[in-house]
Every structure is written in structure tokens, then in C-alpha cells.
Write a protein that binds this ligand. Structure first.
Ligand code: FMN
Length: 319
């Protein structure tokens, strides 16, 4: 996969399932990351072809729980992001999915206590040897491109040093979220410190942080020198942020998302969560719409709420 001049949908837990990735791609995302999947969970899965949907599912053995669903349309752009603290387990998990995805990414930026206490996410930033071990193991044993996503370290020099070390493992690209571990989402992303990494590396750097409007894409490129840009919250605000043709109305984007969830039989909890994330960023969950989404128990309820009953019936009749 090529990493230069790309618009990238960021990994987002409970959001980045197949419908949201297809939605972002429809509006112009070139590369779409899935939500982080913990390796412990993925290694318990089996690969199943879902004839009914036309998807490839990774399902937890002994259950019907779909941990990762993908399809041939996205094979050349979907990235499976793993949460891990162990090279061998990461490899076992990656080997299960690597033929069905365009790349495998390791999350080295998540500051949540769940990740840190398990030695995953941002905890890895303090363990450069382990980072090297994980990335080298994946690189040596997979034909699929391997990448990782980091946050900034305390000083720009430290970040650059780590980034150089990561580059030496042979990864195809490095995504840099321009915040430090203690930073909150409201703290501005430090684009100048991403620029330091871009200047120091030869591999593509994907700049991430505070791209909330289409015009910000050009701004972050100019400020960092990175040619590729990764977007998370801007895509929740309006997934058509990737489109050079201008924004589609948020109401239309939301309905399009729901239709994709119906089509791909997305998990109801993930569907509700994502719709709520869209509402929080555009209005307020306390209004009647948000309350109704909260009350919804099934895809049929959501279809009714958004006037998509006919589509819901049609899809279910044709299955
Ligand atoms: C709802 C949500 C879920 C996220 N989940 C992940 C994740 O699974 N893996 C990851 O590396 N980062 C995750 N992030 C962080 C984003 O990928 C991104 O680095 C961060 O939000 C900064 O980008 P932005 O300013 O475009 O939002 C998440 C962010 C949000 C808002």
C-alpha cells in the first residue's frame, strides 16, 4: 500500500467498524483504519465467510460475536489496528487477518487505563525495546505492510529519537498524533512537533490531530510537511470531511451511515454508539433525537426513528 498523499480515517474504538469505514471511503478517505482490536481477543477468533452478507468475519470461537468484519471492497485500504504488549501474540493475531487487510497497525498511543495497565497503547512508548521487538517480529513474518501510531513524547528530541528507531524496523509508515500522553482532546495538537518527525524520517509520516474541517487538511500539511493526514473527530462531526467536493449535510451523512449499518448487519451497540458520537458533536444527546437513540433496542427501532423502515424491510426481505 502507498502512504503518500493519502487521506486517512483514524482508528476509533466502537466507531471504526465496516459501515463507518465504507462511509468515510465513499466520501474520499483513501485508507481506513478499523477500531483497535486487542490481540488477546483476536487470537480467540476464527475466520468465517459470511455468504449472506458477502463479508469476511472474524468471530470469537464458541460464540456468534463478530470481532472484526471486512469485505472485498475495502481490502486495498483497510488497516487492522491491534492493541498488544507482546510480539508473539501480536504476530499470531496479525497472521489471522493479514490476508484480508491492506496493513496491520500497532496502537502505541492510547492513554486509557485499560490499555496502560495491560502494557499496551501509550505504555509501549516507554519501552522502545519492546516496540522494536513487536515491529521487527511482524515485519519479518508478514507480507502485509506494518505501521504504528504514536503520540508525542515529553520532548521533541525524544519523539524524533523514537521515530527513528521505529523507522529502522522497516515499517511502511508512522502515524503521529500531535498530543502527549497527559494531554486532553481539548489541548491543541502540536503540529510543529509532528513537523520535527517528518523532517527526520524518510518513510511517510501521517499527521494526526485537530483536522476538523476540509480546509484543515491543507493547513496541517503545510505546518508539518506531511503529505498524508489522519482524521478522527472531524469524521464523527461529518464523515464527508474527506470530500473535495464539499460537505454533505450531517443529517444525510447520518442516514447514509445507518443504511450501511443495516446493509452490513452492524452490531447494534456500535451503531448506537457511533450515532450518539455524531449527535454529541453536532447537537446534544438530551434533545428528543438523542433520547430516542438511547431508547432504541434494535436496528428496526433505529430504522423507524430515521425514516428508513422501507430500506430495512427491503434488505431483510432480500436476505
Ligand atoms: C471515539 C474515539 C475513539 C478512538 N479510538 C482509538 C483507537 O482505537 N486507536 C487509536 O490509536 N486511537 C484512537 N482514538 C484517537 C484518534 O485515532 C486520534 O488519534 C485522536 O482523536 C486525534 O485525532 P483528531 O484530532 O482528528 O480527533 C480515538 C479517538 C476517538 C475520538
Amino acid at each position: 500500500m502507498e502512504y503518500d498523499n493519502k487521506l486517512v480515517l483514524a482508528p476509533m474504538v466502537r466507531v471504526g467498524t465496516l459501515p463507518f469505514r465504507l462511509l468515510a471511503a465513499q466520501y474520499g478517505a483513501d485508507i481506513t483504519y478499523g477500531e483497535e482490536i486487542i490481540d488477546h481477543r483476536l487470537v480467540k477468533c476464527e475466520r468465517r465467510i459470511n455468504e449472506l452478507l458477502g463479508s469476511t468475519d472474524f468471530v470469537e470461537k464458541g460464540t456468534e460475536s463478530v470481532v472484526f468484519r471486512t469485505c472485498s471492497q475495502e481490502k486495498n485500504r483497510v488497516v487492522c489496528q491491534l492493541g498488544t504488549s507482546d510480539a508473539v501474540r501480536a504476530l499470531t493475531a496479525a497472521q489471522l487477518v493479514c490476508k484480508d487487510v491492506a496493513a496491520v497497525d500497532i496502537n502505541m498511543g492510547c492513554p486509557k487505563s485499560f490499555s496502560i495497565s495491560g502494557g499496551m497503547g501509550a505504555a509501549l512508548l516507554k519501552k522502545p525495546e519492546l516496540i522494536q521487538d513487536i515491529l521487527t517480529t511482524l515485519r519479518r513474518n508478514l507480507d502485509t505492510p506494518v505501521t504504528c501510531k504514536i503520540r508525542l513524547l515529553q520532548s521533541s528530541n525524544d519523539t524524533v529519537e523514537l521515530a527513528r528507531r521505529i523507522e529502522k524496523t522497516g515499517v511502511s509508515a508512522l502515524a503521529v498524533h500531535g498530543r502527549k500522553v497527559p494531554d486532553r482532546p481539548r489541548d491543541p495538537a502540536k503540529w510543529s512537533e509532528i513537523a520535527d518527525v517528518v523532517a527526520a524520517l524518510s518513510i511517510p509520516v501521517i499527521a494526526n490531530g485537530d483536522v476538523l474541517e476540509y480546509a484543515d487538511i491543507q493547513r496541517i500539511k503545510a505546518a508539518t510537511g506531511a503529505s498524508s493526514v489522519m482524521i478522527a473527530r472531524g469524521a464523527l462531526l461529518n464523515a464527508s470531511i474527506f470530500s473535495p467536493e464539499g460537505k454533505v449535510s450531517y443529517e444525510d451523512v447520518k442516514r447514509e451511515y445507518l443504511r450501511k449499518c443495516i446493509l452490513w448487519d452492524n452490531d447494534i451497540k456500535s451503531t448506537k454508539h457511533t450515532i450518539k458520537e455524531m449527535i454529541i458533536r453536532n447537537s446534544c444527546l438530551e434533545l428528543p433525537e438523542g433520547k430516542a437513540v438511547n431508547r432504541s433496542e434494535s436496528m428496526a427501532d433505529l430504522a423507524q426513528l430515521y425514516g428508513e423502515e422501507e430500506y430495512y424491510k427491503f434488505i431483510n426481505q432480500t436476505r
